[in-house]
Design a protein around this ligand. Structure first.
Ligand SMILES: CC(C)(COP(=O)(O)OP(=O)(O)OC[C@H]1O[C@@H](n2cnc3c(N)ncnc32)[C@H](O)[C@@H]1O)[C@@H](O)C(=O)NCCC(=O)NCCS
Ligand SMILES: Nc1ncnc2c1ncn2[C@@H]1O[C@H](COP(=O)(O)OP(=O)(O)OP(=O)(O)O)[C@@H](O)[C@H]1O
Length: 203
């Protein structure tokens, strides 16, 4: 194995296709770190569940004693203070886990690249460890349409959550590379392959 793996961070608007593109990079050989999935796993831990139920009340409990994410989202995306409290519970653990995963992948020495799929890549400072930050450019109407199909979200849900994230133009300005995901999955995959050839395979 050559040098340490290149770290690729994916940014973009909600439902822009960050996870889809991270999976494409994984299919080309990258190790995939999925922060949303890690957060969901964390919500299953007993001490985290207890903390969240004590903080937000029994309404965030589902019928099996776990966390009802839809209900929790309903509460925390009402105002910044409520969301900040949840982030203060989850983010320090997630960030630590992400760094541990990166170290582990590097030490195993088998991967040419690591892709970090984290909605809050810039906000959390994770972009600082990335060799390349890729911005996924997808129009708002397209994103709303896709989130309605896959998540049954209302137009308002996407806009509400996005209002708690860094401005999209600012994210775009900070990126090293832009992939346009307004068109077909095949079209996007060609762009992902081009990025891979330019920045990972040929390096
Ligand atoms: C509030 C929760 C329970 C809602 O769960 P749900 O299944 O509805 O959404 P999911 O986790 O799949 O997130 C979907 C999208 O919402 C947006 N979102 C989630 N958390 C945040 C946040 N803290 N700030 C802004 N946007 C967010 C992101 O774009 C994310 O990709 C969940 O999002 C959560 O625990 N959020 C806090 C942890 C976090 O910041 N996660 C994001 C990256 S680690
Ligand atoms: N080029 C495309 N054509 C059609 N549908 C797409 C395309 N790219 C992604 N999608 C679909 O759009 C939805 C959102 O994509 P994805 O989950 O990858 O976005 P995301 O940016 O990771 O979302 P989030 O910000 O919520 O984490 C998914 O259902 C996905 O299958």
């Amino acid at each position: 194995m050559r040098n340490r793996p290149k770290i690729i961070g994916i940014t973009g608007g909600i439902a822009s296709g960050k996870s889809a593109i991270a999976r494409m990079l994984a299919s080309l050989g990258a190790a995939h770190i999925d922060a949303d999935e890690m957060c969901h796993t964390l919500l299953l831990r007993d001490e985290i569940k207890k903390n969240i139920i004590e903080t937000y009340g029994n309404t965030v409990k589902n019928g099996y004693g776990g966390i009802d994410r839809r209900q929790l989202a309903e509460i925390v995306f009402r105002d910044k203070a409520g969301l900040d409290t949840l982030c203060s519970i989850l983010h320090p653990i997630i960030i630590k886990q992400i760094y541990a995963k990166i170290d582990d992948i590097i030490h195993r020495g088998k991967k040419h690249a690591i892709v970090i799929d984290a909605a809050l890549l810039e906000e959390s400072g994770l972009s600082m460890v990335c060799d390349y930050v890729v911005f996924v450019n997808t129009g708002k109407d397209q994103r709303i349409k896709r989130s309605q199909i896959s998540r049954h979200w209302s137009k308002g849900e996407l806009e509400k959550r996005e209002s708690f994230q860094m401005d999209l133009q600012e994210k775009k300005n900070k990126a090293d590379y832009i992939i346009d995901n307004n068109f077909s999955v095949d079209n996007t995959f060609l762009q992902v392959k081009k990025f891979w050839q330019l920045y990972i395979e040929d390096k």
